[in-house]
Unconditional design. Structure first.
Length: 325
């Protein structure tokens, strides 16, 4: 089978197509004939700086859709030939992928494999950010950094469906702003002025909830843009900035709070919680509550092209790799 891996860290050019043995499922696992693999910013960070890489060579890829090829011992709820989506701990850029059965999800009627590949990382994260972690209430306002990305696209729609009073986004270009405004956002700001823009848009009140995958100074400035009793959720550190600390002076005076979320970390510590999130996300897609546009697709052999597009910070929506053909 074909797979994509890298043997050293660097730019997209380090991604290589290799021939590999077809894996067999172990106990509690299945193998999947991959139809589509999702491309995520975590894949870019893995290739460039070793994020979550334990050894080299490394095969990136955190989510796939396809048909179950074989079922390992002890797996009872899944069968060969079944169409599924799966969250995997690396290895998704391959024609055949091994997945833990607990992280494999049968597709509801009407949900095709192409769209299903957008679900395992993005939509459970978006659902958790709005509901379980962010606890957005009807009428509240929310600010989302990276509003034109995969998670941002889903969050805007879910916030609107949850009854948000106002949904604000932060993007880097006019093209991304136009895209975000078509996917649930009322107003879109730029990264260098978002704190001031929030105060203007809310009459000085601030927003109730901020969702931040950037980290660093953006996180610090966001804290100052919160309303009284506001919540800030950190779900990434795309800036690569060193961690900073916040304490009583920043939080106590106005009852603000900070929390964090990672679907990959949760999958390791509480797989049942991720299953519940993913099942809720699949229902939301099947019912039409949220859609995640696939804005670009590449053959598996051109994974480097997908990385160049995403790494250039010009992409919107979701990028996919096509494993067949």
């Amino acid at each position: 089978m074909r797979a994509v891996e890298f043997q050293t860290y660097g730019g997209p050019e380090v991604l290589q197509v290799v021939q590999a043995e077809v894996p067999e499922p172990g106990p509690g696992q299945v193998t999947i004939d991959t139809a589509w693999a999702g491309v995520n910013f975590a894949d870019i960070k893995a290739r460039a700086e070793g994020y979550r890489v334990t050894s080299l060579p490394h095969r990136p890829g955190l989510e796939v859709s396809g048909r179950i090829r074989a079922v390992g011992a002890g797996v009872e709820a899944l069968r060969a030939g079944q169409e599924v989506a799966a969250l995997v701990n690396g290895g998704g850029y391959a024609e055949v992928v091994v997945a833990e059965a607990a992280s494999v999800f049968a597709l509801p009627d009407g949900l095709g494999l192409r769209i299903a590949a957008t679900v395992p990382t993005v939509l459970p994260t978006a659902h958790a950010l709005i509901h379980e972690v962010g606890r957005l209430r009807a009428g509240e306002s929310v600010l989302v950094h990276g509003a034109a990305g995969g998670i941002g696209t889903a969050v805007g729609q879910l916030a609107r469906a949850a009854g948000a009073g106002a949904v604000y986004g932060v993007v880097s270009t006019d093209t991304k702003a136009d895209y975000a405004l078509r996917h649930g956002y009322d107003e879109v700001f730029r990264a260098d002025t978002f704190a001031e823009d929030v105060r203007r848009a809310t009459g000085g009140r601030g927003v109730d909830l901020i969702l931040d995958p950037v980290g660093g100074d953006t996180l610090r400035r966001g804290l100052g843009a919160l309303a009284v009793f506001g919540r800030l959720v950190s779900f990434g550190n795309a800036s690569g900035a060193a961690p900073w600390q916040v304490g009583q002076p920043e939080l106590y005076a106005q009852g603000r709070s900070i929390s964090g979320f990672s679907v990959l970390a949760l999958a390791q510590s509480a797989p049942g919680a991720v299953r519940a999130l993913t099942e809720a996300a699949l229902r939301a897609v099947a019912e039409g509550t949220v859609s995640l546009p696939v804005t670009a697709e590449f053959p598996l052999s051109d994974a480097a092209g997908a990385h160049r597009l995403m790494g250039g910070r010009t992409s919107t929506g979701k990028l996919l790799l096509r494993a067949t053909g």
